[in-house]
Design a protein around this ligand. Structure first.
Ligand SMILES: [Zn+2]
Length: 499
């Protein structure tokens, strides 16, 4: 087998990739070469069978394409792609400032051009190092998202296997943000399993796991896992978009009033995050994340929602809490808490098993200017049980007293209501579920009353509604046993029979 064939195969690989081949064949003395000579050196000195070498090269290309898909998210997920023209032969689109032209998609004559501003296109795609730039990927994602391409019918060159999977995942993310798809039970299960398996290891910068399973550096994977953990607690989350600044915002939408917690994700190789102990100046930066990069950018009442900052890390030294009071002073009253990964995981697992915590109750955790412990979690679960008992007690009482008001309209067979009475009954009972399970408002344009049902609290609804229906049937039973007043029908018949 000729070294020429080998050379053809690998001549466009990067120095890093060529070095990896050298390493795997245990070649030495390659570090002195530049790309061109290195490619020749590898072609002449390696004895990897051509098929195997082809597999390696394809692996490298796949890795590059996966990065392109990740990079394309900046355009596609942030709705920054516009399809300007679309027909079978020609597609013209804009990804941000970059114009992409695609011809004969899905056919042998397929060709595409990216903007002249695109360095990637100029230096890599044109020279055949890889098949496309991130702008092309962003456009393809948008086309699939808009149902302009049917993947069953159109075969996209180079997009298959892991690359296709990754692309579809990106599109699913957008659909989810639009509320088109809801995470299924199975997805919750698999996210939970992922957290159980990898959360702690990733927080300790296990780069082997992060590279193998997630294709990214541990710091970034950690941020994503923290985001997913809070999503499993039914928080709205806003992951960071800038290179610097806060990592994640979580929004306690269901709380009254809502709140914002600025989350800082920190990995630590030895498992203990103590950077803050040695670099107290770092507090100034944290303050700036919360104040300059968040609170000051909001307006009106939203500003007041910014109340908390929480650092999530593998673990913390106990003395770290001394920084909380300093931070509170510096930031004008924000509360800084420390959440070890094991505690967050404990909270998520316990919550998924028994989703009875409201955002108000979880807020109690963020109010603790300390290292949050498992016992703090147990405590809010206890509080949640009391809270549910209270809701049940109140709503049952209101149901009963409302029903009692109708007793003058009750005979031995019926409790009789008209539309207005029924409306009042429903209104009274709903009122008893406020603010935990529903939120009331007014449509400003029309002055119509509205009710928002907090469906995330389905488990609490379930417990409360079961108690309410039991109470309702109990009231019916009591009426049935005690009411002796004749019905109208009986009255009539008695009268007609002249009894
Ligand atoms: Zn481009």
């Amino acid at each position: 087998m000729s070294s020429k064939q080998r050379h053809n195969l690998i001549k466009n690989l990067t120095v890093k990739e060529l070095s990896e081949i050298c390493k795997s064949c245990k070649l030495s003395g390659y570090s002195k070469y530049k790309q061109k000579e290195l490619a020749r050196f590898v072609a002449e000195n390696t004895n990897i069978p051509l098929k195997e070498l082809e597999g390696m090269v394809n692996g490298f290309i796949e890795d590059r394409l996966l990065t392109k898909i990740k990079d394309s998210e900046d355009y596609f997920l942030f709705k920054n792609v516009i399809i300007e023209h679309f027909d079978e032969e020609l597609i013209k689109a804009k990804a941000g400032e970059f114009t992409v032209t695609i011809m004969n998609l899905g056919t042998e004559e397929f060709e595409y051009y990216c903007d002249e501003k695109c360095n990637d296109y100029r230096y890599h795609v044109k020279k055949g190092r890889y098949p496309f730039c991130k702008h092309y990927m962003a456009v393809i994602a948008e086309l699939i998202y808009q149902n302009k391409i049917d993947l069953e019918k159109t075969e996209l060159k180079y997009i298959s296997g892991a690359v296709l999977d990754s692309l579809l995942k990106t599109i699913e993310k957008r659909n989810k943000e639009d509320g088109i798809l809801k995470s299924s039970d199975r997805e919750i299960e698999s996210t939970l399993q992922k957290l159980k398996d990898d959360f702690l290891e990733i927080s300790k910068q296990n780069s082997q796991i992060s590279r193998k399973k997630y294709d990214e550096r541990p710091e970034r994977v950690f941020e994503n896992l923290v985001d997913e953990a809070f999503q499993l607690l039914e928080f709205d989350t806003i992951p960071r978009r800038a290179e610097f600044g806060w990592d994640l915002l979580i929004v306690g939408t269901h709380a009254s009033p809502p709140y914002l917690n600025v989350i800082e994700c920190k990995t630590a190789k030895n498992g203990l995050y103590d950077y803050l102990m040695h670099n107290p100046d770092y507090l100034i930066r944290l303050k700036s994340y919360c104040i300059d990069m968040c609170k000051e950018k909001l307006i009106g009442a939203y500003k007041e929602y910014v109340k908390y900052m929480t650092i999530v890390a593998p673990d913390f030294p106990k003395e770290i809490i001394m920084h909380s009071s300093k931070f509170s002073y510096m930031s004008g009253g924000l509360i800084l808490s420390f959440l070890p990964v094991s505690t967050l995981l404990y909270l998520v697992e316990k919550y998924r098993e028994n989703p009875i915590l409201t955002h108000d109750l979880i807020e109690d955790l963020f109010k603790l200017p300390k290292v949050i412990e498992k016992s703090d979690i147990d405590e809010i679960f206890l509080k949640a049980e009391y809270q549910i008992e209270e809701i049940i007690f109140k709503s049952k009482e209101i149901l009963r007293s409302s029903m009692n008001e109708f007793s003058h309209n009750t005979d031995s067979c019926f409790i009789k209501l008209d539309e207005i009475m029924l409306g009042k009954l429903i209104d009274d009972v709903l009122f008893s579920l406020e603010p935990h399970l529903i939120k009331r408002g007014i449509k400003e344009s029309m002055g119509v009353k509205t009710i928002s049902i907090k469906h995330d609290y389905f488990k609490i609804w379930n417990i409360v509604l079961q108690s309410l229906t039991q109470e309702f049937s109990k009231i019916l039973e009591e009426q049935s046993l005690t009411q002796e007043k004749r019905t109208e029908l009986k009255e009539e018949i008695t009268k007609l029979l002249q009894l």
